[in-house]
Write a protein that binds this ligand. Sequence first.
Ligand SMILES: C[S@@+](CC[C@H](N)C(=O)[O-])C[C@H]1O[C@@H](n2cnc3c(N)ncnc32)[C@H](O)[C@@H]1O
Length: 315
Amino acid sequence: MPGPQMTSNLMDEVRTGLLANPRRLPPALFYDAEGSALFERITELPEYYPTRTERDILERHAADMLQEAGTDLELVELGSGSSTKTHLLIHALLSRQPDGSYVPIDVSATALKHAKSALLEAFPRLEVRPIHADYLGGLASLNHGHARRLVIFLGSTIGNFDPAQATSFLRSVRAALQPGDALLIGMDLAKAPTILIPAYDDALGVTALFNLNVLARLNRDWGADFQLEGFHHVALWNAVESRMEMHLESQARQFVRVAALDLEIALSVGERIHTENSYKFRPGVGEAILHDAGWLLERTWTDEQKWFAVHLARC
Ligand SMILES: C[S@@+](CC[C@H](N)C(=O)[O-])C[C@H]1O[C@@H](n2cnc3c(N)ncnc32)[C@H](O)[C@@H]1O
């Protein structure tokens, strides 16, 4: 019954979160095989501007980004997912050196597997060495003494951390690297809620399925008995915190048991389980986080509407 990724840390987090007030679940639960596939569908939705905006920036500036990062680079990507946008960076890398290596790090084994086969087909000269681990565990397992590294962290995944966590996380990333290594990081910028909210609550309901998959996963892997039709996907803009939030709202008074945790909870009508934050960076905020984490910001690329920024910072 319990899934292979049920670590004691994750179990503690889920138990604490389900018993908290307000209730919450850790975003680590999103990305099993179903969740990764749903996320790929989200990236293709017309409402989900972040992927295509960041891709446009990479399409226009990939060569420049690599030029700025340095020569003889190894690419390491955190939370690489399908690695689709990374093809643009790899193409630029292999246009200027005869071969190269790419290390995608992700907690989703299926995403890594699919990404690797697509990469080897597109770039026969590329060495791909996937690491199935969390971000820092993956970085810690890299062997040192290699040429300069460019660590890539796209999709504004950094926005899933609150600013203090983001600073501490980026400090840990820096500590795992060598002086001269670089970081290329995508950050989604604050914009009108009329653009933000549909990006997290699309007309086809794919984001709702992605959110509900967290409960479906607890049912599949942990013997929980969440009735999915008893929950409603809620996406809201929290202007004070400058973040999009996703919640699952109970539509009835209901009791839920999570067998693997030997836990039973009672949810009231309208009660929410908070599943994700996506911080949207106001001017200067992302730059300040990088600075506070000890990174030296070298360059920033944005789109014409200033919806998204990609920063290059040095260790
Ligand atoms: C928002 S998606 C972004 C995917 C891709 N980088 C993009 O820009 O489209 C986040 C990715 O990070 C992975 N991920 C989430 N938490 C992680 C963690 N703690 N360690 C490693 N990977 C993680 C997920 O499996 C997923 O592929």
